[in-house]
Design a protein around this ligand. Structure first.
Ligand SMILES: *[C@@H]1O[C@H](CO)[C@@H](O)[C@H](O)[C@H]1NC(C)=O
Ligand SMILES: *[C@@H]1O[C@H](CO)[C@@H](O)[C@H](O)[C@H]1NC(C)=O
Length: 390
């Protein structure tokens, strides 16, 4: 990007390097975790990500509202992080995995409800100094396809508000399915891509201990054992499918999960595709069966060797009867190299609180997962050169 401006007889030519986006989710529920798992807004490093996303807000009577009374205090602290990094942008996410779809269906189902919603969105975002909204409707059903498109068209209200208030326009992003069958059924890709600034493709949780054989939850590429629709269940296929259906690659963000999905093995076999009897043990801080934060993965795999799944370019490890697929420094580099080679706009990570944010578990310093992404995607200072001409 080249920006030139002229002020008081001096012309400044500012050359900005093309930086990629790194959008990082903050899960507000992480402040309720025990001991060193507890993560709150004050644990966020404002310099690691280009965008921070506060997860999640709620919808009541078709209006956007904070999920808890306590969130309001956090909104202030969250947006105050911009004082420490003036380039940082913040978004408020609505919905999420456990949110269900009813409230979205109702809200997006009529012009009147959508109007009420968008007015409440603008009011809430501006009141707390957020820069945009991230829609986490997981997932619109086939019958909601038009509703989702109508919701994305609310971007025009952001344009009008930006113009009339003479402020930078609010950002509209959505986090969307990476499953081919859901993309086909639920999104008018070309249409929604015109209205959305960013599209976060949820390229993780393709597989998990809800299935009966081991598989990596976020492979980069197709595996040799994949058959049928499973050939689409990988990061590269999902991003390329969104692009080929009409979403510009610069709007697409690759999803990275700072966690592993663990299975309990039910036989001696520990290969990819080995029989599993259900989820692995729960993470002792995050407390969900078969879900290990990246720092919990370090804790449980101390001294255990990783195995690379050579076609899918991601690692797994086994310890006792546990099988876990996760991302390590090598697979993160491979994924980001792929992202850059294909000119996708950026990446997003779920979530900051799952990284080894205290640097106590992985022996790689503080926030190794997000720091590596930052180093690969947001190199150096964004202003590389300032030339002044008389
Ligand atoms: C596991 O392997 C051991 C030794 O290789 C064998 O004796 C045992 O029968 C095997 N168990 C199962 C469940 O296959
Ligand atoms: C897993 O489930 C599928 C379909 O439900 C079944 O065909 C397959 O045999 C099962 N595999 C194992 C290892 O239990």
């Amino acid at each position: 990007t080249i920006v030139s401006s002229s002020a008081s007889g001096l012309t400044f030519l500012v050359i900005l390097t093309s930086t990629s986006r790194l959008m990082c989710y903050y899960n507000s529920k992480a402040q309720n975790r025990p001991n060193v798992g507890k993560f709150s807004v004050s644990d966020i490093d404002p310099d690691k990500c280009t965008h921070l996303i506060f997860a999640f807000s709620d919808i009541i009577e078709n209006q956007l509202v904070p999920t808890t009374v306590n969130d309001v205090q956090q909104y202030f602290k969250f947006n105050a992080l911009k004082q420490r990094n003036p380039l940082l942008k913040t978004l408020l996410a609505v919905g999420g995995e456990k949110f269900g779809t009813e409230k979205f269906k109702t809200m997006a189902g009529s012009q009147e409800n959508r109007q009420l919603f968008i007015q409440s969105v603008i009011k809430l975002l501006r009141a707390f100094n957020f820069d945009g909204l991230d829609v986490d409707w997981r997932y619109p059903a086939e019958e909601d396809k038009q509703r989702f498109t109508e919701l994305c068209k609310l971007e025009t209200a952001f344009v009008d508000e930006g113009t009339s208030s003479n402020q930078e326009r609010l950002i509209l992003a959505a986090s969307v399915s990476a499953e081919k069958s859901t993309i086909d059924a639920s999104y008018e890709v070309e249409e929604i891509a015109m209205h959305l600034d960013f599209i976060n493709v949820l390229t993780f949780d393709f597989h998990g201990p809800w299935e009966n054989v081991t598989a990596h939850h976020s492979p980069l590429f197709q595996g040799s054992q994949d058959t049928g629709d499973a050939i689409y269940s990988n990061t590269a296929s999902a991003l390329e499918y969104w692009r080929d259906q009409g979403a510009p690659e610069e709007k697409l963000n690759m999803g990275l999960g700072a966690f592993g999905r663990a299975f309990s093995l039910s036989s001696n076999s520990s290969a990819v595709g080995a029989p599993a009897s259900g989820p692995g043990e729960e993470g002792c801080y995050t407390g969900e069966d078969g879900f290990w934060a990246s720092y919990e993965t370090c804790l449980y795999l101390d001294g255990v060797q990783n195995h690379l799944i050579s076609d899918q370019k991601v690692p797994y490890a086994t310890t006792e009867n546990q099988w876990v697929g996760f991302d390590d420094t090598t697979s993160i580099s491979t994924k980001i190299n792929y992202l850059k080679a294909n000119k996708f706009g950026g990446a997003f990570v779920w979530s900051l609180d799952l990284d080894d944010f205290r640097g106590e578990f992985c022996n790689q310093g503080k926030c190794p997962f997000v720091s590596q992404l930052h180093n690969l995607l947001v190199p150096g200072k964004s202003i590389t050169k300032i030339c002044a001409f008389l």
